[in-house]
Design a binder for this molecule. Sequence first.
Ligand code: ZN
Ligand code: FE
Ligand code: FE
Ligand code: ZN
Length: 269
Amino acid sequence: MLCDHHTHTLLCGHAKGVPADYARAARERGLDAIGISDHNPMPRPFDDWRMSLDDLPRYLDLVEEARAAVHPFPIRLGLECDYLPGCESWIEKLASRAPWDYLIGAVHYIEADWDIDNPRWENRWRERDVDEIWRLYWLRLEQCIRSGLFDIIAHADLAKKFGLRPGGDLRRFYEPSIAAAAEMNVVFEINTAGLHKPCAEVYPHPKFLSLAREAGLPIVISSDAHEPDHVGRDFIAAHEAATQAGYNEVCWFENRKRHFAPLITPPKM
Ligand code: ZN
Ligand code: FE
Ligand code: FE
Ligand code: ZN
């Protein structure tokens, strides 16, 4: 069961294609399933890179249409939810509004008006102390994990996206989140999109993955595709990273329940 759990749709405004396009790409590439996980709506207008609340029914319809189009190929219904302090009751409301297979928790915002992966604010990385930015990011990631709202945590070390990292041993950032995930029974993803960003590595770093493995934490492998062509992208590299960290299984989600499958070499894509 090799499923790409993290993909987007045109509804977020910065991705291309509808779920049926992603599902066909997954099937052509020899994956066993696909999960759609577009950026969650907020209760009121918030930023320019997520589906609007009015689009949520359309999102659910698009996934149903995709299921009909590629039947019996499995399509899982997910959502990538931004964790912000105080968002808990909103996420709970969203969780009850559809038969989700899983919810992905993500930290993009470290302050009310700073989504740290947004190239628009890249200058702030030079104006502020990188160590301080990382501290804020990882503190919020730990809160995201401890909220208990999510099944999977997206791109755990997203703060490295532009290639800027504090000096020294970065375990001081990783360890609290890994301990939190072990307590909360939350899964991390190996996200291959990082290979195509200035950091040029998968999220999270191999050191993080070994620590997560030592803590007994399962993983999923995902592309974070924003266009159908990127479904399953670099899954061979992700498989290598997982193997090197000592993993021999991956998990997949259905109806918010976790299942395990052996880690097998992905088909050549
Ligand atoms: Zn996106
Ligand atoms: Fe994200
Ligand atoms: Fe994403
Ligand atoms: Zn993402």
